[in-house]
Structure formats: C-alpha cells, structure tokens
Write a protein that binds this ligand. Sequence first.
Ligand SMILES: [Fe+2]
Length: 511
Amino acid sequence: MLGTGAISSERAHSAPSFQADPFSLGVASGDPLPGSVVLWTRLAPDPLAEDGHGGMPPRPVRVRWEVATDERFRRVVRRGSVEATPELAHSVHAEVNGLEPGRSYFYRFAAGRAESPVGRTRTAPAPDARVSSLAFAFASCQAWPDGFYTAYRHLADEDLDLVVHLGDYIYEYGIPATGGNRNTPVPDHFATETVSLKRYRTQYALYKSDPDLQAAHAAFPWLVTLDDHEVENGWADDVPEGNTLTPTREEFLERRASAFRAYYEHLPIRSTALPTGPDMRLYRRFTFGHLAEFNLLDTRQYRSPMADAETDDRFDPSRTLTGDEQERWLLDGLSASSSRWNVLAQQIRVAQFDHGSESDPNLPQDGWEGFGMDSWDGYVASRDRVFGGIAERGVRNPVVLTGDWHRHLVADIKADYADPSSATIASELVGTSISSGGNGTDIDNLGRAGLLVNPHVKFYNIQRGYVSCRLDAQRWTTRFQVLPQVLTPGAPVSTRATYVIEDGRPGAVPA
Ligand SMILES: [Fe+2]
C-alpha cells in the first residue's frame, strides 16, 4: 500500500532542471471545503512517454505551491511544498487549509526554475453561511479521439463556483495513430487498450494535454467521481465486461488497482481517496452553506453484477447498485441535511426509460427494446430503497445529476412509473457528453420513441455539450448547452433548452 505522498527514502530533489515544461498537464483544484481546497498538478516534461513516467527521473522532486488573493501574487496567503514521488507519477495533491470560507483564490506551482500556469479556485462557504446563490456546471464522457473539448472552452468562460464531473474522464480503448476524429497523430503505443498502470498513465497524459480541458480545470474547483470507462466498459465490482484481457478475477482486480491509482494521480481529490490496491473510497459529501449539499456517488465499485435482461433479475431485492454501506451513508446524510437543495451527483440514469417494443408499429424504430441493464433500471430494488427512502424522509428538493448516456435528458423520478399521476419524488437532469459519440444530432429515433413511451421524460437531445445550473433559495435553473460539431476546434455554443425547478415542487419544467 502507498502512503499519502512522501514515501521514497531518497531525499527530494529541490532544484531539478527540466528539458521541457514540466507543467504540460496544467493545474487543477478540487474538493472544496470551508476554508480548504486541494491543489493538483503532475510533473511531466515528456507527457506521452511510453513508460508512463512523463519524462521524469525515478526520484522524488520537491514542488512548491502558493495561494494568493490576487492574480499577480502580491498578496500570498499560504505557501508550502510537497514531494512529487515516482510512485504516484510525480503528481502533486496539496491540501491547503487555513483559507477563508466562500472566497476565490489564485494558485500556482514551481519546481526548480519552472513555474506552472496560474489557476483560480474557490473554497466552500462556512456551514452556517447564508449562501444566496450557487452556479455550477456538470460534464461527463470525454472520449479524446471522438472530438475536441470545445464545450470545456465555453464552460471555462462562464462565471461558476464549481464544476462537477460525473465520469468517463478517460476511455480505456486504444487510440489509432491518426488520433481518430481529431486527426491529431499520437504515438503508436497508444494503440493498445489500457490495462497496465503505465498505459493508464499515458492515456491520462494524452487527455490532460488538451488545452480546453486544462482551461476548465484552471478556472474552477472540480468535484469528480468516476464511471466505467476509467477502468473498463461495463465493469461491476470485481466483474469485468469481458475476460479476454483479464482472464481471472485477480487479474481484473489488478487492472482495477492500476486504473484507480492512475485516476487518483490525475485528479484533484483528497488523500482520503488514495487507493489501497483495488479499493478507493470515492463517495463523499460537500456542503455549500444551507443552500446545497452534493452527495457524490460511486455506482460501480459496490454493485451486483449486471442483470440478465431475459429474466426478472433486475427486480431481485438482494441486488444492489450502491452497496449497503454507501446506501446507508447516503440516506443518513440526506436525513441529517439542512440544505435547501440535496444533490445526488452520480453516473447512470435513474428514471425508468422503457425503450418500447420493436413490434409496436406506432414507435419509431431505434433498434432497442426493454430496459438498459447498466442503468438503475437494472437495479430496481436498489432504486426503490434509495428513492423510497428519500420520499419517506421528506428530503428537501432532491435533484439527481447523471452522466454516462451521451444525451441531455430531463426526467421525473416517480413513485410508480406505471402511474403518471403518482408522486414525483425527485428531479433528474442528465447531461450529454463533452465529446463521446462525435457530433450527434438534435434527436434520434431512440429519443422519439422514448418521449412517446415515457411520459415522465420531458426533454431529450443528443448533441455534445454540458449543463449549466444556477440555484438560489427559490429556484434551480438549468441550461442545456450544445455545440453544432466537435470535429474541428472553435465551434460556438448555444442553449438548447432551459428548465426550472421551483423550491418544494419536484420535477423540472420548461422555463
Ligand atoms: Fe461515456
């Protein structure tokens, strides 16, 4: 097991010299608490190097950081240094305390004579603060070879307190030497799927080389959780999707350990998330005064295997999506919350989505039938326990944020999907992908059929983009942002739809 950073016995090199800019992967901040934030960077003068070391020597290097209230660093309020070790790919996670709650700061790093770009971050407000409003955006699914991250460029231009990332930060697939839709050459060693630690590291390095992604990280603190592709498509706890690359359970857990380690190394998360082998505690909670509380969930690591779509498996009450411990943690936290808005930031669609029957002549044919086993539809009893529990406890304004599906969607989470007049328990906002799937289109047959069959689904769009939310005590306003294309950089952004949730009235409605 790894310690929280400084574990090499060798003394850290405090005056290294670099052949190229070691801050090629940018800077980031995250996990904001009242008066505290984690600052991230990784030293990588040769980020795409095949060995995964990013061009760094196999010894620890001292990295200095400072935090100021102004962009020119005239008023530095905190400074310090940490060891970037080869065991963690020379990543830096500086957990800075003693800041003021609810205010913006600038930060930067230095190693030897090299200086990083400047990042901007923001601490969470004090727990008892009267926060009048909060602005955040959420994003997911950024397959690098599928297209450019133009959405992030527009997101970075917004005035936000926070960005929430719901997973598929990387995809495990090999990347062709031509760079796919990007038409940007990549070294041949990217052709293989990510299984080893060094290959996961090179994948993150490629993804994080993107300037638009770097701009979005440098602009705001992020709250992140992962989905399946950070490990492998469709994995469930210790079960891989296929067993070709990892024939045994032990081999898959070894892969999961490598994937988790590389995830930790490349994201601005606290040492509480430092993996121990194949285990990583990622579900956690962040509070913004009395206005909003974010519950970040992990619906991959503790779930039962996928249900057999041909049977009644998906209703089996012994099956779980969250695991018992996380389910208890979630419901206990929601019971204790004094927040106006209670957010479940998670991966996969919650509201039922019946694809309809392929033999129904009145439905546009989309090639699908029934229910998706990878969503909460595959774990019906789990959904009933969590959302039944939310209804029972009278949780104030539960709002679910969802990624994974590469579609914008607005849906009501119902007490009974067969009865449209039954209670709406919570509002669900599904965000489309940043780039996964390529350009997309306004609507497809899956959406046309879905809107007909599922009256609780109100909006559907399958273009690329992100979701921008603004909330105060009365109202939560959501803008679904879309791009006309992602095959070349620089596309404009527009708002495809705006939905509003009023305090005390679950279910988003058109603005
Ligand atoms: Fe995805």
